[in-house]
Design a protein around this ligand. Structure first.
Ligand code: ATP
Ligand code: MG
Length: 585
């Protein structure tokens, strides 16, 4: 908090022009755009740009996916191309319709539209099966009877080539027959696979006779029990891109080593060859971005669900009060590169504040209340003070806030023994109550433990609305609510889900995710809030003046209001206090 009491963001309306571009604003170039520009010049794809966002429906989307979504849909938009939404649903055991639905909702929420181009890799199962037969007939695929473990054991090492499978040289006829029987369900799970015949001595593991099909007697969320053999992701992904006429297949860096295999399949099948381009995965401080780990948090009950406001999922961010604009601007801001790094969570919050500052409605709420009694204010009188809804947006208008003799202010806005630079309320000091009056503290009442229970003040009627006729200055403006009119609301204050790396008891968050969890990531409080918020629709965004940005929870009702703290305002006061502390040492 600013020492004057008012956060400076409030008063000077921070300049936001550089970072708050609209979705249509031109983007700086990056290496992927450069490749596309070059392809367009050479006519590689006839000037066409067709991208896709290809999630596996095995969890909810997180902020890392947002980077990929903004990139793929953004490139299509900027180059007058198209972007598909395709579910890479090759694993029947981990995929569910619930995930499909949530992913579509999240992509739309982010502001992107796949129009009529919604696809599923499972729609290509027949085609993939035909192509598998084509490869068998060409002597480029074979049925292998090794178990998964044996396949792994014969893969070789970085320095040693793998061992060829004893089934590698089966006749084409035998392979065709066995593959057909695999499809018909004659063999148990895991007993056989169809493998690509490439090169067991390749320096690239992905090329050492990778598995194309596995036997899995499992229901698929879309194809039901039609199949009991399923194509591997690596066999499916490149061909799916090819079928859809994808020109630039943009994916994260870990797929770089898979590119030769994807190229091998499309070349050996003689089908359209998309250009794969890899970029860096997004990593953020103090959180994890992996569906597998996020699922653990959900199933382990460490969070309330995929949309727990502490989760880095898009639905979690939405519930917390993040805006799609803020996330898009963040994604545009971080750009893409060829090396993985880690981005400060604070940068995401920076973009969030920029956006909320422009749009959030201002209201007054007191999170840690202490009573103020204005002794010279008439008993029983109530005045309606006019308050500005958003100083950044005149069209948001004004509202009336009731004022009376007994108020609440933040306990932290009063000090009986103020330090030197403390300008807020203290005995003998005059401050402005936002939109109301100047008040001067005349004394306090304490309980037996010495805690202040009442702050007594006088007000100056000539300062109505917070203005003085004589131009008298006060150094601080503080917020308040009228005790008789304020509403109780639950506020949920969030901190990072994970402790910073250097505070985690266990270095390896993968082996034990929970040891890195921040025990204080959620604190619940009862706040006193001005009555205008009554009945706020779920997801309505507010700035609780001087306190932070808040958002009505999805489950908030007029009877039981709940607000999630989206992000605090910048805490400049803490910085100054720290500096002062240092000086005094
Ligand atoms: P996770 O490890 O979270 O399961 P994934 O890569 O397996 O992620 P997919 O559903 O396969 O998840 O991802 C869909 C697309 O999103 C892929 O193109 C993938 O490269 C991209 N993506 C996933 N995570 C990130 C991330 N952290 N940063 C950027 N892009 C990502
Ligand atoms: Mg995956």
């Amino acid at each position: 908090m600013h020492p004057s009491g008012y956060n400076e963001r409030m008063s000077d309306g921070l300049k936001t022009a550089e970072t708050s571009e609209s979705i249509e604003a031109p983007r700086p170039s990056n290496f992927i755009r450069d490749i596309i520009i070059q392809d367009n010049q050479t006519g590689k794809f006839g000037g066409k740009v067709h991208t896709r966002f290809p999630p596996e429906p095995n969890g909810y989307l997180h902020i890392g996916h947002a980077k990929s979504i903004c990139l793929n849909f953004g490139l299509a938009r900027d180059f007058n191309g198209k972007c598909n939404l395709r579910f890479d649903d090759t694993n029947p055991c981990k995929e569910e319709q619930e995930y499909v639905d949530s992913i579509m909702e999240d992509v739309r929420w982010l502001g992107f539209d796949w129009e009529d181009r919604l696809f599923f890799a499972s729609d290509y199962f027949d085609q993939l099966y035909e192509w598998a037969i084509q490869l068998i007939k060409a002597g480029k695929a074979y049925v292998c009877d090794l178990t998964a473990e044996e396949v792994r054991a014969t893969r070789g090492t970085l320095t040693e080539p793998g061992k060829e499978s004893p089934y590698r040289n089966r006749s084409i006829e035998e392979n065709l027959e066995l593959f057909e029987r695999m499809r018909k369900g004659e063999f148990p799970d895991g007993s056989r696979t169809l493998r690509t015949k490439i090169d067991m001595a390749s320096p690239n593991f992905n090329m050492r006779d990778p598995v194309m099909y596995r036997i899995l007697h499992a229901e698929h969320h879309r194809t039901g029990d039609k199949w009991c053999i399923y194509p591997m992701y690596d066999y499916t992904h490149g061909e799916s891109d090819s079928i859809e006429g994808i020109t630039h297949s943009i994916c994260t860096l870990e797929f770089e080593d898979h590119r030769p295999l994807y190229d091998w399949y499309v070349e050996n099948l003689g089908i359209h060859h998309p250009q794969q381009i890899e970029f860096d995965r997004l990593n953020l401080t103090n959180t994890v971005l992996s569906k597998r780990k996020l699922l653990k948090l959900v199933t382990g009950g460490f969070v309330s669900g995929w949309d727990d406001p502490r989760m880095p999922t898009l639905c979690g961010f939405r519930r917390r009060g993040y805006t799609p604009e803020a996330i898009r601007n963040f994604c545009a801001g971080i750009g893409v590169s060829k090396t993985n790094g880690i981005i400060e969570f604070a940068l995401l919050e920076h973009h969030l504040r920029e956006d909320l500052n422009k749009h959030a409605l201002r209201v007054m709420a007191v999170l840690d209340p202490v009573k103020v009694i204005i002794d010279n204010y008439p008993d029983g009188q109530v005045e309606e003070m006019e308050a500005i809804n958003n100083p950044e947006d005149a069209s948001a208008g004004t509202r009336k806030v009731p004022f009376s003799k007994v108020l609440y202010i933040e306990r932290d806005d009063f000090r009986e023994d103020p330090p030197k630079q403390y300008y807020r309320l203290s005995p003998g000091k005059e401050v402005r109550l936002r939109y109301a009056y100047f008040i001067t503290c005349t004394g306090v009442v304490k309980d037996e433990s010495g805690e202040v229970t009442e702050i007594h003040c006088t007000y100056d009627p000539a300062t109505h609305g917070g203005n003085t006729p004589d131009g008298r200055k006060v150094k601080s403006t503080i917020h308040w609510v009228s005790a008789a009119h304020a509403l109780d609301a639950e506020v949920r204050l969030y901190d990072t889900l994970f402790l910073p790396e250097d505070q985690r008891p266990d270095e390896d968050a993968d082996s034990d995710l929970t040891s890195g969890l921040n025990p204080n990531s959620l604190v619940r409080k009862t706040a006193r809030v001005e009555p205008s918020v009554l009945g706020a629709a779920p997801l309505t965004k507010y700035q609780f003046e001087r306190v932070g940005y808040f958002c009505a929870d999805k489950d908030s009702t007029p009877e039981k209001m709940v607000f999630n703290r989206t992000v605090p305002l910048r805490d400049t006061w803490a910085k100054i206090e720290k500096k002062a502390e240092k000086k005094s040492k």
